[in-house]
Design a protein around this ligand. Sequence first.
Ligand SMILES: C[S@@+](CC[C@H](N)C(=O)[O-])C[C@H]1O[C@@H](n2cnc3c(N)ncnc32)[C@H](O)[C@@H]1O
Length: 293
Amino acid sequence: MTPSASSDATANEEQERFWNDVAGPLWVAAEEEIELHAGPFGKAALAVAAPAVGEMVLDVGCGCGSTTVALAAAVGAGGGVLGVDLSAVMLARAEERVAASGVSHVRLRRADAQVVDLEPGSFDLVFSRFGVMFFADPIGAFANLRRALRPGGRMVFACWQAPSANPWMAVVNRGAARIFSLEPPPPDGPGPFGLCDPDRIDAILRAAAFSSIEISSHEERLQLGLGESVEEWVHQRLLMGLARSAYLDAGPDRQREVRAALAEELVPYQLDVDAPTSGLMMDAAAWIVAARL
Ligand SMILES: C[S@@+](CC[C@H](N)C(=O)[O-])C[C@H]1O[C@@H](n2cnc3c(N)ncnc32)[C@H](O)[C@@H]1O
């Protein structure tokens, strides 16, 4: 394995800052919880991608490397996987994970997938689990990824559907926005819901010269927050969500009130209201997108 090199040029400075300074450390610390919500969708995307022995795969926004290792296992030592990500801290965790898995056909590179200089025609598969919704210029980014595919190559990724289909993210975000009087983020801007509109996904991928675009819905009921109180779970979601700054600025007393108010909104999702650490059962939905060169 080649350790992650220093960052190439980025066209997404705000995202680079966010995934290095804010979200990255939280994601590394909350790895197990993240696998609970992202894992089933990654498996669904992997099933559609069907990586074959000997193939070369690009894992876009590979984060802490969970899918990178799964892809490496699927393609075997005769193939290879390159994971690219903006976040040094998440790549460091990915390096540990790859080393622990004992595979030698994985490379990790700190780079912006929107502009990263990849050898044209060098990959059979471009894959991503929730790593492609953050581009400032989605058409330019997907065109850049398409150039890296060999003729006949394919791209498969998972991205979140609209907030209304994802109460596991939306309930806390919506409640916090109301409490702190925050403006909702612009629709279709870079962020977790940046590709939630399937018509827009289709238009972006066509404009980036992909064809045979297929978008299917994958839904899950997620059991979250098992073994922690609902307020602790709310705290984690607030730290990762759009109200992060307002929450941190609020001070301990107000923070406690906010957590209690939001925990109240989550009562309908609690598995056992009499057992505070029984966890929450919440719906989640993603698009599994497949396209060809
Ligand atoms: C929601 S996380 C998903 C991480 C990982 N794929 C997973 O499923 O656990 C999004 C990831 O995309 C990365 N990312 C966002 N914009 C990127 C870009 N322009 N180029 C490369 N990576 C990017 C972030 O650093 C982060 O690791």
